[in-house]
Design a binder for this molecule. Sequence first.
Ligand code: NDP
Length: 282
Amino acid sequence: MPDIRIIDGRAIASGLRDDITKKTRILMDETGRVPGLAVVLVGKSPASQIYVAAKRKAASDTGMNSYVHLLSEDASEADILRLIERLNTDQNVHGILVQLPLPAHINKQKIINVITPAKDVDGLHPYNLGQLVLRQNTAVPCTPKGCLYLIKSIRHDLTGLKATVVGASALVGRPMAQLLIQENCTVTQAHSKTADLVDACKDADILVIATGVPNLITAQHVKDGAIVIDVGINRIDECRLVGDVDFQDVTSKRNCAITPVPGGVGPMTIAMLLENTLEAAT
Ligand code: NDP
C-alpha cells in the first residue's frame, strides 16, 4: 500500500480561523474597530450563493461584520460600479469581494479595477497583482495563498524543489506560480496548450492543479513523494464534487501528500479571505 498523507485543509483552516478570531477581538479591544467584509453577488447562481453564504458565516463566526449586497442578474456595469464606489468610501467596510463569475454582459476586469486596492481582499486588483510580482507586501489572492500554506504544512523550506502549476488563470494559477518562485522553487506553468502534460508534471516535487477539468491528473502525472494540491471543484452530478485529480488512482499507486476534494483547498480560501480582511482593517 502506498504511503499517503491526506492534507486536512478543513482542520488547518479551523486552526487559522481560531487565531483570526482572537486577533479580531484584540483589534476591537484596542481600537474599537470591527473588521467589515462586503460581498457583492450579482445574479442567483446556486454555487455562488453557497460560496457567499459560507463567506458571510465565516466572517460573522470570527467576530467580523459582513455585508452581502445582492444585485439582480440583469444589473448593469454602472449599477455595480456605483455600489463599489460607495463601498470604497464606507468607513465600516475594510474588505470588498466581488463574487465571480459575473454575468456575461459584465466586464469583470472593469469592476475589479474600481475596487480601492487597500480594500481588495481577493488580491485581484492589477495594483495588488503587480505588488505580488514585485515581491512587495500586498493582499495575496486567497486560493493560492491557502495552497501555499497547505504545502508548507508538509514541508517548510521549498528551496530548490521543482513545482508544476497546472492552470494559468489570474485567480489561481498565475499568482500560485509567483508564490512558488518566491519560495525559491523552479516552476513550470502548464495550461490547456501544454503539449505534453505528463512530461510537465512527472518530475514535480510539488503539483498544484487548478483547471476545472475533472480527474485530469492521474498517477502517471505524479512523482513518488510529491505534494499534490487539488484546487478544482467540479460538480459531477447533483450531489458529487470531484477535484481535478483522480484521487483514487493517485492514492492507490503513489506515495504522496494530497488534498481531498472537498475538505482541502476550499476551506483555506475562506480562511485566507478572513486573514486578508483582518489585515485590511489593521
Ligand atoms: P479558469 O477556467 O479561469 O482557468 C483554468 C486554467 O486551466 C486555464 O489556465 C486553462 O488553460 C487551464 N486548463 C484547462 N484545461 C486544461 C487541460 N486539459 N490541461 C491543462 N490546463 C488546462 O479556472 P480557475 O483558475 O478560476 O479555476 C480552476 C478550478 O479551480 C475550477 O474547478 C474552480 O472551480 C476551482 N477553484 C477552486 C477554488 C477553491 O477555493 N477551492 C477557488 C477558485 C477556483 P488556458 O489558460 O490555456 O485556457
